[in-house]
Design a protein around this ligand. Structure first.
Ligand SMILES: Cc1ncc(COP(=O)(O)O)c(C=O)c1O
Length: 389
């Protein structure tokens, strides 16, 4: 009998939706013109990019000219942080982020920390939430930029971005948020949200890999990281990735359709069934991250005294794709910086498993995981010093 395949790693990446692929395909062949060319091939590609920019902008309530396409979520994060610190290098040397950021932000801040900037890393509580009070206390007269993620990729906790942004605005400090895990999954409206820059990535929302976007509020000047032909309003040179951009535009349209069809309710019900089922069936397991202020598709748990990697490998054998901590940190022996910042000890943090659902996940998938996961834990525990209790 063929094993069932259940992919529960949508925080790592999502499949390209059929309508997205169909929209992209012509731009590899007949629509291959360079969008900077003046002839009809070029003009057709330019039109397609303009339409995609409108679509990505409208997903978050922005104007099209406030969207810059980049090569990835990581590239957008780098552009936001390095672009501002470079453009305003005489305006202050203090920058603030949180202790649980994705490495695209975390390592950029560490690098700036070695290059003349003073960095404050805000702590999080046991649910991975950044508290507005700690931001208020950290902002100084020479604070140049604050970057705090909208939602955490490892444990799914959604930060109080509106409050955090309001504090920055009140103090006249620029505010960037990495919304890679949120865009396309929860409504975002930058006409109401006090953010100055916001990062998105297509491959987390049924678009292609290798295409990101940065929202930059009108009037904010960034220094480019890539100089050249002056594409993307001079902020990100390089011939545009037309198929990728078109795919991003279509993925943004799909996200609106999914939202209108009630996908957030559907997927969070399945996620809750999964999390409740795991906690009920597996002794000494607990949910990581916030139970309510959480991405609708995101589940994460810790199973005490077992290696998450061991679970991952056995789940894979049973046809189930999950990750242990973040896809980028798995493979390293150090437990995730996120779980440690939440106050978990090393041994417990090693037992973390992330299960993130997608638009094609159905009840039968969850039932299958709830059958296999406890069996796998039971087998691993029989081989470990675990004695229960
Ligand atoms: C919160 C967050 N930021 C940034 C990224 C990087 O995005 P990309 O893979 O498009 O570079 C990821 C990817 O996992 C992420 O989860």
């Amino acid at each position: 009998m063929e094993t069932r395949k259940v992919y529960l790693d949508h925080s790592a990446t999502t499949p390209v939706a059929e309508e997205v692929l169909n929209a992209m395909m012509p731009f590899f062949t007949v629509g291959m013109g360079n969008p900077n060319s003046l002839h009809q091939w070029g003009r057709d590609a330019r039109r397609a990019i303009d339409e995609a920019r409108e679509s990505v902008a409208s997903l978050i309530g922005a104007n099209a000219h406030e969207i810059i396409f980049t090569g990835s979520g990581s590239a957008s994060d780098n552009l936001a942080v390095k672009g501002i610190t470079w453009a305003r290098k005489n305006a202050g040397k203090h920058i603030i982020t949180s202790a649980v950021e994705h490495h695209a932000i975390m390592d950029t801040f560490k690098w700036l920390g070695k290059n003349g900037y003073e960095v404050t890393y805000l702590p999080v509580d046991e649910y991975c939430m950044v508290h507005p009070e700690s931001l208020k206390e950290a902002i100084r007269d020479d604070t140049l930029l604050v970057s705090i993620m909208y939602a955490n990729n490892e444990v799914g906790t959604v930060n109080p971005i509106e409050e955090l942004g309001a504090i920055c605005r009140e103090r006249g400090v620029l505010f960037h948020t990495d919304a890679v895990q949120v865009a396309g999954h929860m409504p975002i409206d930058v006409t109401k949200l006090p953010v100055d820059m916001l990062t998105m990535s297509a491959h987390k929302m049924y678009g292609p890999k290798g295409i990101g976007a940065l929202y930059i509020r009108k009037g904010i000047k960034l220094s480019p990281l890539v100089h050249g032909g002056g594409q993307e309003y001079g902020i990100r040179s390089g011939t545009e990735n037309t198929p990728g951009i078109v795919g991003f535009g279509e993925a943004a349209r799909l996200a609106v359709k999914l939202h209108d069809s009630g996908e957030e309710n559907r997927i969070s019900r399945l996620r809750d069934k999964l999390l409740d089922g795991i906690i009920e069936r597996i002794p000494d397991s607990f949910i990581t991250g916030h139970r309510i202020q959480r991405l609708p598709f995101h589940g994460s748990v810790c199973v005490r005294l077992i290696e998450g990697e061991g679970i991952l490998l056995r789940m894979d054998y049973a046809g189930i794709g999950v990750s242990s901590g973040s896809a980028c940190t798995s493979g390293s022996l150090e437990p995730s910086h996120v779980l440690l910042a939440m106050g978990l000890d090393h041994a417990t943090a090693h037992g973390s498993v992330r299960l993130t659902l997608g638009k094609d996940t159905v009840d039968a998938d969850i039932d299958y995981v709830l059958e296999k996961f406890p069996q796998i834990v039971d087998t691993l525990r029989k081989m470990s010093p675990y004695k229960g209790g």
